[in-house]
Design a protein around this ligand. Structure first.
Ligand SMILES: [Zn+2]
Length: 105
């Protein structure tokens, strides 16, 4: 049966497509020292809890700190604790991908 042949072929991983992998995910802003510090403060003040659904993921990387007023709209608020809220990934995705309507209340 073609089984053996197939298994043999798949033991070796196919070469990765040659695409450029970004060094770090996202905008340089998000790897900045200042942001990381503010982000942590925001997480702490929200008790590492999603403000939307109350989820408390064990790993803080599963929490996003969201800009209530997007950075593109107001750069002055990008490090403003009052403009930050803790969201789990699901809620954050819902916010960023559901921009239509009153995306966030
Ligand atoms: Zn949530």
């Amino acid at each position: 049966m073609p089984y053996a042949a197939k298994q043999h072929g798949s033991t070796r991983k196919a070469r990765r497509p040659r695409y450029k992998r970004p060094h770090k995910v996202g905008h340089p802003f998000y790897s900045g020292k200042r942001w990381r510090a503010v982000r942590k403060l925001a997480l702490l003040s929200d008790n590492y809890t999603c403000v939307k659904c109350g989820d408390t993921p064990r790993q803080s990387r599963n929490l996003h700190v969201d800009h209530i007023i997007p950075r593109e709209k107001n750069h002055e608020l990008e490090y403003e604790l009052d403009n930050l809220q803790t969201l789990c990934i699901a809620c954050h995705n819902r916010k960023t991908h559901g921009k239509s309507r009153n995306a966030f209340d």
